[in-house]
Write a protein that binds this ligand. Structure first.
Ligand code: ATP
Ligand code: MN
Length: 478
C-alpha cells in the first residue's frame, strides 16, 4: 500500500489500483445507497471522492467523519459513476487521524467572507481559494528562481538586520536587545545604543539593494529574494508591514537594459504560472468572474486568464514621467477635478494617477522613466538635464506600482554630492561609496514586490490574502 498525494492518484493511478488517500474532508454527503466523502490534501485543488456503503463502517466511525476531519482512506480505484471526476475510491478501510467537532469547526462548507477567513488564518489554507493562492505563490517563487538561474544570475542573501537606514524607502522596525523599561542612557539622556547588541542602532531591512549592488560589482548579475519590512502605517490593500521582495542588480546594465529585463522577467513568471497552474488559475478565474457579477457592467474587470495572457503577449508602454504628466494634465478626471491629488510636474504620482494611465489611457502595463530627482532616492543616476534621474517604475492594472528601479549613480563625485544634498552622513555609507572609487561600473536594478505579483496573477484584491500570515498595523496574531 503506497501513500501517494491525491494529485498523483487523480492523474496517475489506474482503475483497479489499491491506494491510500490521506487528507481533510471537505464535504460529506449521505444518500440511501452510499456516503460520499470529498477528500483534499492540498496537493491539488481537486478532491478525491471516497465512497462507503451503508452499514459498511460502524456508526461511531461514521459520526466522527465530518467536514474538517483528517482521514486516511484505503480502497480500490473504480470508475466514477457521478459527474465531475473520472475515478473514485471504493473505501475498504477508514482511519481517522483527527476529528473536527461540527459545532465548533469554523470552516463549514459554505461561502465565507475573505475578512472572516483572515481572522482564522490558521485554517484558511484549507479552503479552495487559499490553497489555490498558496500553490500559485509557490509556483511563482519557483519561476523567479528558475528565470534568474537560467539567465546567469546568482541568488544573493542580503542582511535582514541592518544598520543603514540610508535607503529612505520607508519607516523601519528597530531591532534591539536593550531593556525597554530601563534602557542605558548617555550623559545627555539619550538611549545609549553603544550598549545594544550590535553596538549601534539596528533595524529590519527595507531593501537589500545597497548590498545587492556590492555583489553585482563583483558577480555581474545577482538577485535577492527575501523578506522586507516597512513600518509604514498604510492600511491599504497593497501594503504589508512584512513582504517579500525580488531585487535583481546587474553590472553593465543601463536604464534601457533594466526595462527590458523587468518586462521579460515579469512576462516569464506570469507565463510560467499560466502553463503550470492551470487548475488553480481556472478556479481563481471562475471565482473572480463570480465576484464581478455583483458589480455594474461598466465596472467589471476583464476575466483573469484573459488579462494574464494579454500582459504576456503585448509590449508594455514606455514613456517618461514628463510625458505622463502631460497626459494626466490633459485628462478628463483632472479637468473635472475628480483626482483626489492635484497633478503638476514634480509631484510624486499617486496610485489614482498610475491607475488612470494604465487602466484608462493605455489599457496595458506601463513603464514610466526619468522621474524628477527630488522625489526619488539618492542613488539613482542623474540625467544630464539636472532635473531628472534614470528611474523606472512598472505600473500594472489594478495594482499601480509593481516594480520600482533605476540605473544607479556610478560617478563618485555626483553620488557624494547627492548624499550631502539629501542630508545623509557619508560615513554611514563609506562601503557603498568605495564601490564608486574602486572599479566603478554602470549598473542598474529594480525591486519587485512579490505579493503585488501574486495579487495580480491570482486576481485577489487585498494583499493580505496572498501571503499566508499577513503583517499589518495592529495585526500579528498568527
Ligand atoms: P508604493 O509607492 O506603492 O508604496 P514604493 O515606492 O514604496 O511603493 P519601492 O520602495 O520602490 O516601493 O519598493 C519596490 C517594490 O516593493 C514596489 O514596487 C512594490 O511592488 C513593493 N512594495 C513596496 N512597499 C510595499 C509594501 N508595504 N507591501 C508590499 N509591497 C510593497
Ligand atoms: Mn511605499
Amino acid at each position: 500500500m503506497r501513500t501517494i498525494q491525491i494529485k498523483q492518484i487523480l492523474s496517475q493511478a489506474r482503475v483497479g489500483d489499491t491506494v491510500t488517500a490521506k487528507g481533510w474532508i471537505r464535504t460529506k454527503r449521505e444518500s440511501k445507497n452510499a456516503t460520499f466523502l470529498a477528500i483534499n490534501d492540498g496537493s491539488t485543488i481537486n478532491n478525491i471522492q471516497a465512497v462507503a456503503e451503508p452499514g459498511q463502517f460502524s456508526e461511531e466511525l461514521m459520526r466522527v467523519i465530518t467536514t474538517g476531519a483528517c482521514v486516511a482512506v484505503t480502497g480500490v480505484l473504480v470508475e466514477s459513476a457521478g459527474s465531475g471526476q473520472s475515478v473514485e475510491l471504493k473505501a475498504q478501510n477508514i482511519e481517522v487521524y483527527g476529528g473536527a467537532d461540527p459545532d465548533k469547526y469554523p470552516l463549514q462548507p459554505k461561502k465565507h467572507s475573505l475578512e472572516f477567513l483572515r481572522e482564522i488564518a490558521h485554517l484558511r489554507p484549507r479552503t479552495n481559494t487559499f490553497s489555490a493562492v498558496l500553490r500559485l505563490r509557490h509556483a511563482l517563487a519557483f519561476a523567479v528562481h528558475k528565470y534568474y538561474n537560467d539567465n546567469g544570475f546568482f541568488y544573493l542573501n542580503t542582511p535582514i538586520i541592518t544598520a543603514s537606514d540610508a535607503e529612505g524607502a520607508g519607516e523601519m522596525f528597530r531591532v534591539t536587545t536593550l531593556d525597554m523599561n530601563k534602557p542605558p542612557r548617555t550623559d545627555d539622556g539619550k538611549i545609549d545604543y553603544k550598549e545594544d547588541f550590535f553596538g549601534r542602532e539596528t533595524n529590519l531591512t527595507v531593501s537589500g539593494q545597497l548590498e545587492g549592488e556590492l555583489a553585482a560589482l563583483a558577480l555581474s548579475k545577482i538577485y535577492t529574494f527575501g523578506p522586507t519590512f516597512r513600518a509604514e502605517n498604510s492600511n491599504t490593500t497593497r501594503h504589508l508591514a512584512e513582504f517579500w521582495m525580488i531585487e535583481p542588480e546587474m553590472a553593465f546594465f543601463e536604464l534601457e537594459d533594466n526595462m527590458n529585463l523587468a518586462e521579460d522577467f515579469v512576462k516569464y513568471v506570469i507565463k510560467y504560472a499560466l502553463e503550470n497552474c492551470t487548475d488553480d488559475l481556472n478556479f481563481l478565474d471562475k471565482r473572480l468572474a463570480e465576484d464581478e457579477k455583483s458589480k455594474p457592467q461598466n465596472e467589471r474587470s476583464i476575466p483573469l486568464l484573459e488579462k494574464l495572457w494579454f500582459v504576456v503577449n503585448n509590449p508594455f508602454e514606455r514613456l517618461t514621467y514628463t510625458e505622463a504628466i502631460k497626459i494626466l494634465v490633459a485628462s478628463k478626471p483632472h479637468k473635472e477635478k475628480k483626482f483626489k491629488y492635484d497633478v503638476a510636474w514634480g509631484i510624486d504620482l499617486q496610485s489614482e494617477h498610475e491607475r488612470y494611465l494604465v487602466e484608462k489611457h493605455f489599457k496595458k502595463p506601463v513603464i514610466l522613466t526619468n522621474y524628477p530627482r527630488e522625489i526619488k532616492a539618492f542613488y539613482m543616476k542623474q540625467d544630464d538635464d539636472g532635473k531628472t534621474v534614470r528611474a523606472m517604475d512598472v505600473l500594472f492594472p489594478g495594482i499601480g506600482e509593481i516594480i520600482g528601479g533605476s540605473q544607479r549613480e556610478d560617478n563618485y563625485d555626483k553620488l557624494l554630492a547627492r548624499i550631502h544634498e539629501v542630508g545623509i552622513e557619508p560615513e554611514a555609507l563609506w562601503w557603498y561609496l568605495e564601490t564608486r572609487q574602486f572599479g566603478s561600473a554602470p549598473h542598474a536594478g529594480f525591486g519587485l514586490g512579490f505579493e503585488r505579483l501574486v495579487l495580480f496573477v491570482s486576481g485577489m484584491t487585498n494583499i493580505r490574502d496572498v501571503i499566508p500570515f499577513p503583517r499589518f498595523p495592529k495585526s500579528a496574531e498568527f
